[in-house]
Design a protein around this ligand. Structure first.
Ligand SMILES: Nc1ncnc2c1ncn2[C@@H]1O[C@H](COP(=O)(O)OP(=O)(O)OP(=O)(O)O)[C@@H](O)[C@H]1O
Length: 343
């Protein structure tokens, strides 16, 4: 890790979260006025080669949230996390974690943050338990007399008690990730930062990690996790920020982000050509016809009138409705581009 100063140039009190209008209480029983656990202002990183990786980021992560940091590969997520953890210096702007400036306050902040970044560093020839004992021994604040209990509790928390005696190199990728999480959980944490925690896992491994994240969050720990998987964010997170090319596109509650995007109109009919023509006349946009389904951006008018217009024109309507908008729709609407998982 980068050498950091123990002095804190700005020891003022924690900034207040700036809740949007009409916010409900935050998950974990904390009110919307609880201070943000992570707060950045104009955070910017330009690498030496000139690459602008993060560009003027204003991020606000409410206490008690499971916050998804979403963006295609290369959008600046890892660079942001590395700045938040004090591993690299920003080019400009500020970052506060648990109310303290980073990297200045890294020594006081980092012991209260559990992090899993770019896969856990494990000794393959040691058992899972011995890896954790080593991690715990490396923490100068950890009492050696209670080490075994702490390790046993962490193994139990991530469901690795039965496999604790196996060598780490025999672990599946999912088990290795869980062991990494156990290492992050040896001490009570107010914040967990997980960089692509399900990357490379099979569906079962992904489910296990997601279930674990939900469980940790239900104890009130704020979880900040990056992902390039939209459905993962929708399944696990209460809040999300969407990044594209180093810039923040939007942030807020997942439910609000998805609701901000309008769902697509879907008409099922044996007369798709006529249906598409009528929908166009009625002002619908982006019309896509596939066999007996016509989908479109709904026009800004009463959908009952649209349905009536189809029927009046002789279109035999078998189904008519609006599909629920997903976070993916929101992303496409906001960026005007598809969410390319492969980056
Ligand atoms: N050390 C570095 N030096 C120069 N450019 C870098 C460096 N690290 C990252 N970049 C560039 O900065 C941009 C953002 O990268 P970053 O790794 O932060 O994105 P990401 O969203 O985390 O993507 P991924 O999931 O692929 O890691 C990319 O264009 C990347 O090539």
């Amino acid at each position: 890790m980068a050498e950091v100063s123990a002095t804190e140039p700005h020891p003022e009190s924690a900034p207040s979260a700036r809740p949007g209008p009409g916010r409900e209480p935050e998950p974990g029983g904390e009110s919307a006025s609880a201070p943000a656990v992570i707060e950045t202002r104009g955070l910017t990183k330009r690498y030496r080669g000139g690459q602008l990786a993060v560009d003027g980021l204003d991020l606000s992560v409410p206490a008690g949230s499971v916050f998804g940091f979403l963006g295609p590969n290369g959008s600046g997520k890892t660079t942001t996390i590395r700045m938040l953890m004090g591993l690299i210096e920003p080019t400009s702007g500020t970052a506060r974690v648990l109310g303290r400036p980073m990297p200045g306050a890294a020594r006081t902040v980092l012991p209260r943050v559990g992090a899993l970044i770019e896969g856990p560093a494990l000794y393959g020839f040691l058992s899972g338990r011995d890896n954790l004992l080593r991690y715990d021994a490396a923490d100068p604040t950890a009492d050696p007399r209670t080490r075994r209990e702490r390790v046993a509790a962490a193994l139990d928390r991530v469901g690795l008690t039965a496999a604790a005696g196996k060598k780490a190199k025999a672990y599946s990728l999912g088990m290795k990730q869980r062991l990494g999480l156990a290492a992050a959980l040896l001490q009570p944490r107010r914040l967990l930062v997980l960089d692509e925690p399900t990357n490379g896992l099979d569906p079962q491994g992904m489910r296990e990690i997601r279930a674990l994240v939900r469980e940790l969050a239900s104890d009130g720990t704020t979880v900040f996790l990056s992902s390039h998987l939209l459905d993962e964010i929708e399944q696990v997170c209460t809040h999300a920020a969407v990044m594209a090319r180093g810039r923040l596109i939007t942030q807020g509650r997942v439910a609000d982000l998805a609701a901000g995007a309008r769902g697509r109109l879907v008409v099922t009919t044996p007369d798709p050509g006529d249906a598409a023509r009528v929908l166009k006349e009625q002002g619908a946009g982006d019309i896509v016809t596939a066999e007996d389904r016509v989908t479109a951006e709904p026009p800004d008018r009463d959908l009952a009138e649209l349905n009536a217009a189809l029927v009046t024109a002789g279109v035999r309507v078998r189904g008519f409705g609006v599909e629920r908008a997903s976070l993916e729709d929101a992303f496409v609407a906001l960026t005007g581009e598809g969410f390319d998982v492969a980056g």
